[in-house]
Unconditional design. Sequence first.
Length: 190
Amino acid sequence: MADFSVKPILTGAKVVLRPFSEEDAPTMAAILRDTEVLLLTGSAGAPPFPDEQLRSWYATRGDQPDRLDVGVVDRASGELVGEAVLNNWDERNRSCNFRILIGPRGRDRGLGTEAVRLITGYGFERLGLNRISLSVYDFNPRARRAYEKAGFIAEGTEREVLRHEDGWVDATNMSVLAREWAVHRGRPED
């Protein structure tokens, strides 16, 4: 059964997912101010988080018993390039939400796809989850492709969920189930 109090280190060929520390706050602050990160997370136009708030946030991620927040580290450079999170845990139904963001120094090299596979695998194989879900804005096809490559399946569309510039953006809800993961282990196309 799920035990989100354990904060693992998950190692892949391209990335390491590891617990956050207070020292990660300045790097994450820069990533969270990146124009593309702000757009793709639906945070464009929002005021930036104050440095002290970010320092406190990342310093306390290891203390959270109901969620898993880990830094995404590029193995080639050793640089923190983003975060991956399992949150909104529904213990009774053994399900949770997933979100990820990758900053500019980690894009377009497969780091996000591997991070998705690592944390999703941990959710099913170690935490005993039955379902992991997410939502992706329609103007983020790169993320949607990474999710599909890890076995997430589109379930439906939230229409006009985000105001962007002079229009509205839809979001696609996606999920992967434990029984699906058991078959493809995050590689449905192989």
